[in-house]
Design a binder for this molecule. Structure first.
Ligand SMILES: [Zn+2]
Length: 203
């Protein structure tokens, strides 16, 4: 609300060219690099690379100017996402203490916008269970623990559905994979993982 009032008084400036308007203008959005060279896993889609202006947008989404950033991020994702048949748009819930401090879940904000753009229902299908640390464990144990970190919601709704699972950033892909697997095991027919940005490949 406050953000809406502020944006009416002072419009945003493009992070890149400085023109008044969206947080990243449509011309500059086109210069966001393609994520093909980033470290995104093959079976997850990422619209761009997590660096530069994309990184600034995600920061804005989490810490200030959330609405303005969400508008741009969802627009870029929608334009770059492959055309595919989906029935529902869900999101990977962020660790709950962070959400509580912030008052909203940035992945949910993006998923809602994408659902509206794609004209399919938005559905919260995952909840976080506790807070687990994943330091210094073996890969298999880490994966199991990641899956145990999510619990499916509205299981009846997701049966035989094709779900788009949205997150803001893919780092290793492990979280997104684990969350997708929980939905598949709960009865979803297919899960398309979609993020705004993928972390750049480590040299
Ligand atoms: Zn611009």
């Amino acid at each position: 609300m406050l953000e809406q009032i502020i944006s009416m008084i002072t419009p945003y400036e493009c992070l890149s060219c400085g023109n008044e308007g969206p947080l990243l203008c449509t011309a500059c959005q086109k210069h966001l690099p393609c994520a093909a060279d980033a470290g995104a896993p093959k079976d997850a889609f990422a619209a761009t690379v997590y660096e530069g202006h994309a990184e600034q947008l995600v920061h804005a989404l989490k810490f200030e100017r959330a609405k303005a950033a969400a508008d741009v991020i969802a627009q870029v994702m929608n334009e770059r996402l492959p055309d595919c048949n989906i029935d529902l748009v869900a999101y990977v819930p962020t660790a709950s203490t962070r959400v509580r401090m912030r008052g909203y879940d940035q992945a949910a904000v993006l998923a809602r916008r994408l659902a509206r753009m794609r004209r399919v229902p938005f559905a919260p299908l995952l909840a976080r269970v506790g807070q687990q640390r994943q330091v210094g464990q073996r890969r298999a144990a880490r994966l199991r623990q990641l899956q145990e970190a999510y619990r499916p919601l509205r299981v009846g709704l997701l049966q035989h559905k094709r779900v788009m699972l949205v997150d803001d950033v893919i780092t290793t892909g492990a979280t997104l994979h684990a969350a997708a697997e929980v939905l598949r095991q709960a009865g979803a027919d297919a899960v398309l993982c979609a993020a705004f940005a993928a972390a750049p490949k480590r040299p």
